[in-house]
Design a protein around this ligand. Structure first.
Ligand SMILES: NC(=O)C1=CN([C@@H]2O[C@H](COP(=O)(O)OP(=O)(O)OC[C@H]3O[C@@H](n4cnc5c(N)ncnc54)[C@H](O)[C@@H]3O)[C@@H](O)[C@H]2O)C=CC1
Ligand SMILES: CC(=O)C(=O)O
Ligand SMILES: [Mg+2]
Length: 471
């Protein structure tokens, strides 16, 4: 069930209707009135904005009730989510004001030519004299947007703008959304390489699998700035962080638990890889056609790789069958696939991360009575396991140490850093993962990533405060 809010502007004729009647209609329609603003007030007539939280599917009966109520006139209904998107969510802003001809000749021609020549002679100067050192691109082709699928580059833009604003607000990284109108692997690679000179890093986003693996691999090989497919690695890192803490709460060990991962696409493949690298020994990857089994044969090269890993179980079966006795379920597939019948047969103290967006694989109300720990990707529920906990800090760290790549050591360090924000004293079923608004998250991820980059020889610069620590 999704709760959303509406702002309803109503005109009331006080001779015919009392506000209490309106409140009662809202409540009868299943709405929860959360605020009232008086827009105009008169002796007989007034206009008010009422904000109502309502189950998504129940909006029209509520509006009908209000329209039919004698003495009320519905002026308009607005959705705060749409209002927040009017005109887009980000803008560029200059760092200096150009107030006179002297300023103009410094920031533009003729002064700028001197700077261009300096960069031409030494391209490294792009990092000190342009936006490169603090700017990344958030790039998509719109083929796997959240769990909405192939909705194209225009419809993908609000998500990319959202990521860009979070990069800026949470980690002061300037991020620019690029929504590309091609789904051709070679054309995407060529285009991303062609736009790369101005950027210090590339965050690939919502590009469908298996194309995303090849696109990322090639870009990592062919560019000298970090390229990071957020849906793969950001998601794997935050899952790892959440799982490390969830296992602490349940007193289980990663090496012992049986883990079902549902949806072996961009996120699922990377989660499986990271779990295996961290010591998981009983893994059950499942996609649309059932389990990917040890010894099986698959066209998808990543699935084929999984099928050669001895920790991957060999028994085929449906999702429901394979969930019986599992300790952990990680869903990165599609919303609303499971019900309580699927998860009630899981092992005692089960852990369920239902991370499909915007709807989790199982309704929280249905899951909660049957699991010890429950998490989703959503910000309106406790335990939000979302890659937003990762991408701001990981790029902050990578940019600050001018990392060539974001390697496995940096990813594991980021996972441990996120997990460490929740202290042992704070850890409980409802709090296995810190909030994104906890300022320690970006700071700790940044530091851990820089240290891991330095120790693995991936850093091209040592930030002054770290150099001082190392001396
Ligand atoms: N909470 C978070 O931070 C994140 C959540 N996600 C969510 O995970 C989901 C998948 O994202 P991506 O891996 O980027 O997409 P993707 O398109 O690369 O992979 C999705 C995979 O799920 C499989 N799938 C679809 N329906 C299925 C079903 N009924 N049973 C089993 N497998 C099924 C598809 O065949 C595909 O292999 C989306 O809903 C996305 O919103 C993705 C990244 C981060
Ligand atoms: C959170 C995210 O990146 C996704 O759902 O695709
Ligand atoms: Mg994504």
């Amino acid at each position: 069930m999704t709760i959303s809010s509406l702002i309803i502007r109503l005109e009331m004729d006080h001779r015919l209707v009392q506000f209490g009647e309106i409140a009662s209609q809202v409540s009868h329609a299943g709405g929860d009135m959360t605020s009232i603003d008086v827009i105009r007030s008169g002796k007989d007539m007034s206009v008010r904005d009422i904000t109502v939280h309502i189950n998504d599917s129940d909006e029209s009966p509520l509006l009908r009730r209000l329209e039919e109520l004698q003495g009320t006139k519905l002026i308009h209904v607005s959705d705060p989510v749409f209002l927040a998107h009017l005109g887009g969510k980000i803008a560029t802003s200059p760092k200096l004001m150009v107030k006179n001809r002297d300023d103009l000749s410094k920031v533009y021609t003729p002064g700028v030519a001197k700077v261009s020549k300096a960069i031409h002679e030494n391209p490294d100067k792009a990092y000190s004299l342009t936006i490169k050192r603090n700017t990344i691109a958030v790039i998509t082709d719109g083929t796997a947007v959240l769990g909405l699928g192939d909705i194209g580059p225009y419809a993908a833009a609000p998500v990319m703008e959202g990521k860009a604003m979070l990069f800026k607000q949470l980690a002061d990284v300037d991020a620019f959304p690029l929504c590309l109108d091609t789904q051709d692997t070679e054309e995407l690679i060529r285009t991303i390489k062609a736009v790369s000179p101005i950027f210090g890093g590339i965050n690939l986003e919502d590009i469908s699998s298996p194309r995303c693996f090849e696109i990322e691999r090639r870009l990592v090989e062919e560019l000298d700035i970090p390229v990071f497919h957020d849906d793969q690695h950001g998601t794997a890192i935050v899952v790892m962080a959440g799982l490390l803490n969830a296992l602490k709460v349940t007193g289980k060990q990663l090496a012992d638990v049986r883990i079902v991962v549902n949806g072996i696409g961009a996120a699922g493949v990377s989660i499986c890889k990271m779990l295996l690298a961290a010591g998981a020994s009983r893994l059950v990857p499942i996609d649309l056609d059932g389990a990917i089994v040890f010894g099986g044969s698959y066209d998808n090269s990543m699935w084929q790789w999984l099928a050669t890993q001895p920790q991957v179980e060999g028994a085929p079966g449906s999702l429901k069958e394979l969930l019986a006795g599992a300790d952990v379920f990680i869903g990165v597939s599609r919303g609303g696939l499971l019900n309580s019948e699927h998860i009630r047969t899981m092992a005692k103290d089960s852990i369920v991360f239902a991370m499909a967006n915007p709807m989790p694989e199982i309704d929280p109300e249905e899951a909660l009575p049957h699991v010890r720990i429950f998490a989703t990707g959503r910000s309106d529920l406790p335990n939000q396991i979302n890659n937003v906990l990762v991408f701001p800090g990981i790029f902050r760290g990578a940019l600050d140490c001018r990392a060539r790549h974001i390697n496995e050591a940096m990813k594991l360090a980021a996972a441990r850093a996120i997990a460490s924000v929740v202290s042992d004293g704070e850890l409980n079923e409802q709090y296995i993962i810190p909030s994104i608004f906890n300022e320690q998250v970006v700071a700790k991820v940044r530091l851990a990533v820089i240290e891991a980059a330095i120790s693995t020889g991936c850093a091209r610069r040592i930030p002054p405060e770290i150099g001082w620590k190392m001396a």
